[in-house]
Design a protein. Structure first.
Length: 144
């Protein structure tokens, strides 16, 4: 295992939505060279690129996220992630949302995002703000 540089970091936080609401896992990450092996999540992954560029293999193609890009990956879908170039690395904020968070109260079941990359500056800013605010109020540990 290679040593992680001082610039590389991954910070996980779990927040609870509301007093007794569902948990929401949050990741704040910054990597120079780290490449994720192919994997999938049980949750929706909603990420906002905040620095550098990230290249993600997804659905048989490549997704390039740059600052302000929003990436939405569906539950159970294999993907990778790594630097989009060799000089800048990449940084992102991600929310891992249980599918029920996006389906409760709706008709039609699980939402489908045809394109994983969204270009919406206002939404990206709102997601970054929500991530920051939720990270400040992590879920307290369970009482024994």
């Amino acid at each position: 295992m290679r040593p992680v540089s001082a610039r590389e970091q991954a910070l996980w936080t779990r927040a609870r939505l509301g007093h007794c609401g569902p948990p929401l896992d949050l990741l704040t990450a910054r990597f120079d060279r780290h490449v994720y092996a192919p994997h999938a999540h049980e949750e929706f992954t909603i990420g906002v690129c905040v620095g550098g560029s990230e290249l993600i293999d997804y659905r048989g193609g490549h997704v390039r996220a740059t600052p302000g890009s929003i990436v939405v990956l569906a539950p159970g879908e294999m993907h990778t992630g790594g630097p989009g170039n060799t000089t800048d690395g990449y940084a992102y904020r991600a929310l891992y949302a249980d599918p029920a968070l996006l389906t409760d109260g709706t008709l039609g079941g699980l939402p489908h995002f045809r394109e994983p990359l969204l270009d919406d500056t206002e939404l990206a800013q709102a997601l970054r703000l929500a991530h920051t605010e939720l990270s400040r109020c992590p879920d307290p540990p369970p009482v024994p």
